[in-house]
Design a protein around this ligand. Structure first.
Ligand code: MG
Length: 407
């Protein structure tokens, strides 16, 4: 009988090499020198996730056979009885991705081989172009195109068109005594997006694929109106145009436009996305892999989407760790119905803390060929970049009359 390798220790490593809190989970095994790492990053509540890893995942799973990824995932999901929330899903993801990393190392193959093998060499990405003027956004698009990027997300002034109170006229619209917040003007935003796409198509023609992220900043009927306005500009996709609580409006959007719909970075629970996929109300599923519980549920979700003609576009912002990005890329290259990968890119100290990061070359991100996820963390280096306990401000998003909006 083969020797059983068990889980000896599980602990979180919290680090912020780019100033954004990241949570990495390390699973140490009974085999000397054999360990795995996974992403459990929920930037806005990182302390709570780290506590869940230390106080619940470790006592639950120490001593378990590392080869039984599926059973461990199911056990970690039902152990607290109440389930499918972002905190515990991230803690589970950290362990799940680490176990895939370990299994790859034990087999001597990259994780994508465990998932069925490559059906493409690399993952095509979309990059972010944002600016305070149309020219500035256009110049960034031009620079990305010159680097070989084929799909670009364009935002005219951040989410809601106005992140950080850039449009001073909003101050004139506020009532006396309005609360502090990240204010934006929904009507001004909606009109500016139409202008943005008109400018982009006039400047670049149809030679580049463009997408846009509404980030839940419009009322549902206005999100549908904007989709109709943008239909003529042939978007690659129209992202998170509705809040998760309002997804039933997608049926109306679908009935009136052919704008490809991308949705889901805020989803945690299969009940939030199963119906949208099965009824073909979206074109791209955008879940954040650690938020749904790691590689195990993401691979199942990709396969489920394939049956309905829906593609994957896993959420890939700066608050996904490089370990999480590595997991995304292994899924991307091994899922037939891969659509696109969001790519925020790595900077500066990230390369000191993490080795083996996936590499961007001419609009494609490549996994490395090392066994497992192919990425590692230098724990001593990670300590040099402690996470801030400051609460996020941008999620305190408000409309001109002071009403709190979805961020
Ligand atoms: Mg988004």
């Amino acid at each position: 009988m083969a020797k059983i390798v068990t889980i000896k220790d599980i602990y979180p490593i919290c680090t912020a090499p780019e100033g954004i809190p990241l949570v990495i989970v390390k699973v140490v095994t009974s085999e000397p020198g054999l360990y795995g790492i996974g992403c459990a990053t929920y930037t806005q509540r990182w302390i709570t996730v780290a506590n869940a890893v230390t106080n619940y995942m470790k006592p639950l799973l120490v001593g378990k056979d590392v080869s039984r990824i599926e059973d461990i995932w199911q056990m970690a999901m039902v152990s607290p009885y109440w389930r499918n929330g972002p905190i515990l899903n991230n803690a589970i993801s950290g362990v799940d991705e680490a176990l895939w990393d370990i299994k790859g190392k034990m087999c001597g193959v990259p994780v994508y081989d465990l998932l069925g093998g490559k059906c493409r060499e690399a993952a095509r990405v979309y990059r972010h172009a944002d600016g305070k003027s149309l020219e500035e956004v256009g110049d960034k698009v031009q620079a990305f195109m010159e680097d070989g990027v084929q799909v670009i997300r364009v935002q005219y002034g951040g989410y809601g068109g106005n992140s950080g109170n850039r449009n001073s006229y909003i101050d004139d619209l506020k009532p006396d005594g309005a609360c502090e917040g990240a204010y934006y003007d929904p009507l001004g935003y909606e009109n500016s997006v139409t202008k943005l796409f008109e400018y982009m198509r006039n400047r670049f023609g149809m030679g580049v694929e463009l997408c846009h992220d509404v980030h839940e900043h419009l009322d549902p009927i206005n999100a549908i109106h904007l989709a109709k306005e943008l239909d003529q500009y042939r978007l690659f996709f129209y992202e998170d145009s509705l809040a998760p609580e309002q997804v039933d409006w997608f049926r109306m959007m679908r009935g009136q436009t052919t704008v490809p719909i991308a949705m889901g970075e805020l989803f945690n629970n299969p009940n939030e996305y199963n119906k949208l996929i099965a009824e073909r109300l979206i074109d791209f599923i955008r879940c954040h892999v650690s938020q749904i519980g790691g590689i195990t549920p993401a691979k199942k979700l990709a396969s489920f989407c394939e049956a309905f003609g829906v593609k994957t576009a896993w959420h890939g912002p700066g608050d996904t760790s490089p370990v999480g990005h590595a997991a995304d890329i292994h899924l991307d290259v091994s899922s037939w119905n891969f659509g696109i990968q969001e790519w925020a890119g790595f900077r500066g100290a990230t390369f000191d803390v993490f080795s083996g990061c996936p590499e961007l070359r001419k609009g494609y991100v490549y996994p490395n060929e090392n066994p497992g996820l192919g990425i590692d963390i230098d724990e001593e280096e990670a300590k040099k970049y402690p996470c801030s306990e400051k609460l996020p401000f941008w999620t305190n998003c408000r409309r001109p009359d002071g009403t709190l909006n979805r961020p």
